[in-house]
Design a protein around this ligand. Structure first.
Ligand SMILES: [Zn+2]
Length: 282
C-alpha cells in the first residue's frame, strides 16, 4: 500500500510510523482531516476522543462524514470510516470530552497528541496534561480563512499556555465560520509536523496560514519564563476550569434504550452514552 510513500520517506520512517501510538483530541473538521492523513500515512495506533454527535451543519467542512451520519457519535463514525481505508491502522473511538478528570490518562504513553479541539479551555487542559507528562502536542486552530499550527515539545519549545489565556465569561461562546480548504491546510501542517519530528526535525515557531492571500508565515515564539505550565510546573488547568462552551460533563443517568440518548432541553442538548454530556452555548 505504501510503495509510493516509501520512495519518499524510506523504510525507516515508515517503520516508525507503524509503531506510533497517537491521540486525536476532537473529531470535528480538523480531527477528521488529521485522522484520514494519519491512517493513509500508516500510523499504527490512533485513538480519537469526542463525545459530540454529527449535525448537518458539520458536513460542509468535515472529511469522512455524510448526511446519513447525522445524529451518530462523531468518534464512532470517524473510527469506522478511517478503518475502512484499510491501511492497517487500528483506530479506537473514545466517547468522551477532554477535561481535568481524564486529560492525563488520555495522553499518557502516547507518542503524539493532536489538538483538534475548537475551544480554548479544554485546549489548555490538554496542554497541561501533555507538558506535565512530556508528550508532544501538535496544536491546530482555524478561524474564517486563517489558521495556525504549532508543535509543542514539552519544556523545549513554547507551550500553548505561554501565550493563551482561558475564556472566563459564561456566555463567550462564539461560533466561528470556516471553509474546508482552510481546515485541510491546517490539518496538513499538523501532520507534516509529526512526520518531520519523527525524522529528527522538531518544528519550531507558530505557523500562520492565510488561505485568502495564499501565504504561510512562520512566527518565532519564545518560551514565557512565567508560564505556569512549562516554566513553573503548576498545571493549574488540571485542577479544573470552567467550561463555558461546547460539551460539559453532567451527572445524570440516561433511561435504558438505544445510545446515544439525545434530548433537547431549554439550556442545550443532552447527549448520553454510559455517561451524559450537555452541549451548551451552541
Ligand atoms: Zn509554556
Amino acid at each position: 500500500m505504501f510503495t509510493r510513500q516509501l520512495l519518499v520517506l524510506g523504510p525507516e520512517a515508515q517503520e516508525k510510523l507503524s509503531s506510533l501510538d497517537v491521540l486525536v483530541a476532537g473529531c470535528g473538521a480538523l480531527g477528521t482531516a488529521i485522522l484520514e492523513l494519519l491512517v493513509r500515512l500508516g500510523v499504527g495506533r490512533i485513538a480519537v476522543v469526542d463525545a459530540d454527535v454529527i449535525e448537518t451543519s458539520n458536513l460542509h467542512r468535515t472529511h469522512l462524514f455524510t448526511l446519513s451520519d447525522v445524529g451518530k457519535p462523531k468518534a464512532l463514525v470517524c473510527a469506522q470510516r478511517a478503518m475502512e481505508i484499510g491501511s492497517g491502522s487500528k483506530v479506537t473511538p473514545i466517547l468522551d470530552i477532554v477535561d481535568e478528570t481524564n486529560a492525563e490518562s488520555l495522553v499518557k504513553g502516547r507518542d503524539f497528541v493532536f489538538d483538534a479541539l475548537d475551544n480554548v479551555n479544554p485546549r489548555l487542559i490538554l496542554n497541561d496534561a501533555c507538558v506535565k507528562n512530556g508528550v508532544p502536542l501538535i496544536y491546530g486552530g482555524v478561524t474564517g480563512e486563517y489558521g495556525s499550527a504549532m508543535f509543542v515539545s514539552p519544556r523545549d519549545t513554547p507551550c500553548l499556555s505561554c501565550f493563551m489565556e482561558p475564556v472566563e465569561q459564561a456566555d463567550a461562546c462564539e461560533t466561528m465560520g470556516t471553509t474546508a480548504m482552510t481546515v485541510s491546510l491546517v490539518a496538513n501542517l499538523q501532520v507534516q509536523m509529526m512526520l518531520n519530528a519523527i525524522r529528527g526535525d522538531i518544528p519550531r515557531g507558530l505557523y500562520y496560514v492565510d488561505a485568502r492571500s495564499l501565504t504561510l508565515q512562520a512566527v518565532d515564539m519564545k518560551r514565557n519564563p512565567s508560564c505556569e505550565a512549562c516554566s513553573l510546573g503548576e498545571y493549574r488547568y488540571l485542577k479544573g476550569i470552567r467550561m463555558n462552551c461546547g460539551l460539559v460533563r453532567v451527572n445524570e443517568r440516561p433511561p435504558a434504550g438505544p445510545r446515544p440518548y439525545l434530548k433537547r432541553t431549554p439550556d442545550g442538548l443532552l447527549i448520553c452514552y454510559e455517561n451524559c454530556f450537555k452541549k451548551i452555548g451552541r
